[in-house]
Write a protein that binds this ligand. Sequence first.
Ligand code: DC
Length: 234
Amino acid sequence: MQKFQIAIDGPSGSGKSTLAKSLSKLLGILYLDTGAMYRACGLKALLAGVSPKDETLVKPLLEQTDIRIRFENGSQRIYLDGVDVTADIRKPDVSVAASDISSLPSVRQKMVAMQREIASSQSVVLDGRDIGSYVLPDAEYKFFLTADPKERAKRRLEELSASGTTTTYDEVLAGILYRDHQDSTRAFAPLRKVEGAVEIDTTHNTPEQTLDAILRALGPDIGNECGKSGKSCV
Ligand code: DC
């Protein structure tokens, strides 16, 4: 089987990471969560007391920052200046800082170079906002996930509660709407559905239903790979 790339884009809470994780496991390929990288940048700005919107301060700060992705026991860990921040980057203030900092071109250039490097040597599934449009424009398979913002807020609230973060539905919804607007209106590589991407509205789907829809769209080539993992996917 030849090397292939799967790009999954969509707004926060649309189900991208759940789907990408299952898909990578089923196909035996690498999953890169690109949002985690912008989250690490946002966390760095918060820790340094620098506004994540101020490019003149953020650019030199990130030049002296070490962000590393490691894949340990099949799951992605992210290290900021040598410290594992995989859990810390999920906090709501980091979500906002990640969205703010991700609109800065110098930040995106640095992160995209790392993402392309990781994707260059193997079959991958990447999720994010600009994967199909900018990071991997030649990806063989492109998907765009959407869902009603109220459903997305509900899902995000459940995740946050499960990880012990205290917040309210209204706060989570407000954060989602803020990020939706900012991520899709920024000048550099905004969130958008590219021509040819398969759009799936996951509002009323279980994760399994979304996975099934994607596997059908991937077709028999990849379906045969699924067969090797013991599951008939097409
Ligand atoms: O996917 P996420 O919610 O963890 O992403 C956090 C933020 O990072 C998101 O609000 C926008 C930004 N992001 C981006 O600009 N491009 C990506 N490929 C992934 C995330």
